[in-house]
Design a protein around this ligand. Structure first.
Ligand SMILES: [Zn+2]
Length: 167
């Protein structure tokens, strides 16, 4: 974690906001290096991170820094940046993986299948015809992921290209 994030105004908002210590997404964004945490891009209000429990190689999660639960809780700026990151993720996944399709979605609430239901995040999952569909994945089948290090390097490069050099 570099110092510049500690002094960004949005980050102060985040630090002052109440957050439970056991939220895994809050921990990833705060503790350890982006490399360890598989964070491929940091924006002003949200970041893009590889999912450690991917449905497919290149499975990205887009996460607001703020610990918020509902789509309707998000400030407009965050919502807008989340949209931009979804767009860039689409391009990055096409470039890096030549995927044939992409699922983008939110699981809001435990009943909807959210693993972390207190901290909203958007799943962006590259798809190929003939890969496992969501149901077979949900039922416990998984494709074998390429190692995270490889995915991380590939996608971080793509994001840097798409977004310019970064913050
Ligand atoms: Zn959180």
């Amino acid at each position: 974690m570099s110092d510049k994030y500690l002094y960004s105004p949005w980050r102060l908002d985040y630090i002052l906001s109440e957050k439970p210590g056991d939220c895994i997404l809050c921990r990833y964004q705060d503790l350890g290096s982006d490399e360890e945490n598989l964070i491929v891009w940091r924006g002003k209000t949200c970041y893009a991170m590889l999912n450690r429990y991917p449905y497919n190689n290149g499975h990205i999660m887009l996460v607001p820094y703020q610990h918020l639960k509902n789509l309707s809780d998000l400030p407009p700026e965050t919502l807008a940046e989340l949209g931009v990151l979804a767009q860039k993720s689409e391009q990055a996944l096409h470039n890096a993986y030549r995927c044939e399709g992409i699922n983008i979605g939110l699981n809001l609430g435990k009943a909807a299948g959210a693993g972390v239901d207190e901290h909203l995040h958007v799943h962006v999952v590259p798809r190929w015809s003939g890969d496992n569909n969501f149901m077979s994945v949900v039922n416990g089948e998984r494709v074998i992921p390429e190692d995270f290090r490889t995915s991380f390097v590939r996608l971080r490069e793509e994001f840097q290209k798409l977004m310019g050099k970064g913050e």
